[in-house]
Design a protein around this ligand. Structure first.
Ligand SMILES: [Zn+2]
Length: 134
Protein backbone atom coordinates (compact mmCIF):
# COMPACT_ATOMS: atom_id res chain seq x y z
CA UNK A 1 0.00 0.00 0.00
CA UNK A 2 1.43 3.34 -1.00
CA UNK A 3 1.47 6.31 1.41
CA UNK A 4 -1.29 8.87 1.03
CA UNK A 5 0.26 12.11 -0.27
CA UNK A 6 -2.84 14.21 -0.86
CA UNK A 7 -5.63 12.84 1.35
CA UNK A 8 -8.24 15.41 0.32
CA UNK A 9 -7.60 14.96 -3.41
CA UNK A 10 -7.55 11.17 -3.17
CA UNK A 11 -10.77 11.20 -1.17
CA UNK A 12 -12.36 13.34 -3.87
CA UNK A 13 -11.17 10.99 -6.62
CA UNK A 14 -12.40 7.93 -4.70
CA UNK A 15 -15.82 9.55 -4.23
CA UNK A 16 -16.02 10.47 -7.91
CA UNK A 17 -15.13 6.90 -8.94
CA UNK A 18 -17.74 5.46 -6.58
CA UNK A 19 -20.33 7.94 -7.84
CA UNK A 20 -19.56 6.97 -11.44
CA UNK A 21 -19.85 3.26 -10.61
CA UNK A 22 -23.20 3.84 -8.89
CA UNK A 23 -24.47 5.78 -11.90
CA UNK A 24 -23.38 2.97 -14.22
CA UNK A 25 -25.14 0.39 -12.06
CA UNK A 26 -28.38 2.38 -12.06
CA UNK A 27 -28.19 3.22 -15.76
CA UNK A 28 -27.32 -0.28 -16.95
CA UNK A 29 -29.39 -2.54 -14.76
CA UNK A 30 -30.56 -4.60 -17.73
CA UNK A 31 -27.60 -4.12 -20.02
CA UNK A 32 -24.32 -5.83 -19.28
CA UNK A 33 -21.25 -3.66 -19.22
CA UNK A 34 -18.36 -4.51 -21.49
CA UNK A 35 -16.44 -5.91 -18.54
CA UNK A 36 -19.32 -8.14 -17.55
CA UNK A 37 -19.69 -9.40 -21.11
CA UNK A 38 -15.98 -10.20 -21.27
CA UNK A 39 -16.20 -12.02 -17.93
CA UNK A 40 -19.19 -14.02 -19.18
CA UNK A 41 -17.39 -14.90 -22.41
CA UNK A 42 -14.27 -15.94 -20.49
CA UNK A 43 -16.38 -18.07 -18.17
CA UNK A 44 -18.18 -19.64 -21.12
CA UNK A 45 -14.90 -20.68 -22.74
CA UNK A 46 -14.12 -22.61 -19.55
CA UNK A 47 -17.43 -24.52 -19.76
CA UNK A 48 -16.91 -28.19 -20.54
CA UNK A 49 -19.40 -30.20 -22.58
CA UNK A 50 -20.93 -33.11 -20.68
CA UNK A 51 -21.23 -35.13 -23.89
CA UNK A 52 -17.89 -34.79 -25.71
CA UNK A 53 -15.74 -33.16 -23.01
CA UNK A 54 -14.62 -30.25 -25.22
CA UNK A 55 -14.55 -26.65 -23.99
CA UNK A 56 -16.68 -23.78 -25.25
CA UNK A 57 -20.12 -25.39 -25.05
CA UNK A 58 -22.01 -27.11 -22.26
CA UNK A 59 -24.24 -29.68 -23.99
CA UNK A 60 -24.56 -31.52 -27.29
CA UNK A 61 -27.41 -29.16 -28.18
CA UNK A 62 -24.74 -26.73 -29.35
CA UNK A 63 -24.10 -27.02 -33.11
CA UNK A 64 -20.33 -26.90 -32.55
CA UNK A 65 -20.41 -30.14 -30.53
CA UNK A 66 -19.31 -33.21 -32.53
CA UNK A 67 -22.08 -35.22 -30.82
CA UNK A 68 -24.72 -32.65 -31.78
CA UNK A 69 -28.11 -34.18 -32.56
CA UNK A 70 -28.85 -33.06 -36.08
CA UNK A 71 -32.30 -32.69 -37.52
CA UNK A 72 -33.40 -34.98 -40.34
CA UNK A 73 -32.82 -32.20 -42.86
CA UNK A 74 -29.29 -31.52 -41.52
CA UNK A 75 -28.45 -35.25 -41.69
CA UNK A 76 -29.72 -35.55 -45.26
CA UNK A 77 -27.81 -32.44 -46.30
CA UNK A 78 -24.64 -33.77 -44.70
CA UNK A 79 -24.91 -37.24 -46.25
CA UNK A 80 -26.49 -36.45 -49.61
CA UNK A 81 -25.43 -32.90 -50.29
CA UNK A 82 -27.81 -30.79 -52.36
CA UNK A 83 -30.83 -32.96 -53.08
CA UNK A 84 -34.58 -32.91 -53.66
CA UNK A 85 -37.01 -34.95 -51.55
CA UNK A 86 -40.20 -36.50 -52.85
CA UNK A 87 -42.65 -39.22 -51.86
CA UNK A 88 -43.50 -42.17 -54.07
CA UNK A 89 -46.59 -44.29 -53.41
CA UNK A 90 -46.36 -47.96 -54.36
CA UNK A 91 -48.52 -50.96 -53.55
CA UNK A 92 -47.51 -53.47 -50.89
CA UNK A 93 -47.27 -56.18 -53.57
CA UNK A 94 -44.69 -54.22 -55.53
CA UNK A 95 -42.77 -53.32 -52.34
CA UNK A 96 -42.49 -56.91 -51.00
CA UNK A 97 -41.75 -59.58 -53.59
CA UNK A 98 -41.93 -62.69 -51.33
CA UNK A 99 -45.52 -63.96 -51.08
CA UNK A 100 -45.13 -65.29 -47.49
CA UNK A 101 -43.80 -61.97 -46.33
CA UNK A 102 -46.71 -60.16 -47.98
CA UNK A 103 -49.27 -62.22 -46.07
CA UNK A 104 -47.47 -61.69 -42.76
CA UNK A 105 -47.10 -57.94 -43.37
CA UNK A 106 -50.75 -57.63 -44.39
CA UNK A 107 -51.84 -59.40 -41.17
CA UNK A 108 -49.72 -57.07 -39.06
CA UNK A 109 -51.05 -53.99 -40.83
CA UNK A 110 -54.64 -55.13 -40.23
CA UNK A 111 -53.95 -55.75 -36.52
CA UNK A 112 -52.15 -52.41 -36.10
CA UNK A 113 -54.85 -50.43 -37.87
CA UNK A 114 -57.78 -52.19 -36.15
CA UNK A 115 -57.46 -49.99 -33.07
CA UNK A 116 -57.62 -46.84 -35.17
CA UNK A 117 -60.58 -48.20 -37.11
CA UNK A 118 -62.50 -48.90 -33.89
CA UNK A 119 -61.59 -45.47 -32.54
CA UNK A 120 -62.80 -43.73 -35.67
CA UNK A 121 -66.01 -45.77 -35.64
CA UNK A 122 -66.69 -44.92 -31.97
CA UNK A 123 -65.87 -41.22 -32.30
CA UNK A 124 -67.90 -41.00 -35.51
CA UNK A 125 -70.89 -42.58 -33.80
CA UNK A 126 -70.57 -40.33 -30.73
CA UNK A 127 -70.17 -37.29 -32.94
CA UNK A 128 -73.30 -38.20 -34.89
CA UNK A 129 -75.29 -38.84 -31.69
CA UNK A 130 -74.18 -35.55 -30.18
CA UNK A 131 -74.98 -33.73 -33.37
CA UNK A 132 -78.44 -35.28 -33.70
CA UNK A 133 -79.38 -34.61 -30.03
CA UNK A 134 -78.45 -30.94 -30.25
ZN1 LIG B 1 -19.82 -31.33 -26.96
Amino acid sequence: MRPTLYPAAEELIRNKKQQKLDEQEQGHKHNNTLGELRAKKAAYVLVVCNSCGAQGHSTKRSPICPNHDMTLLQLLNRDLGPHQRYTLSITLDSFISNNDHIQRARGRIIVQSSFLRELIKISGTEFTEQFMVV
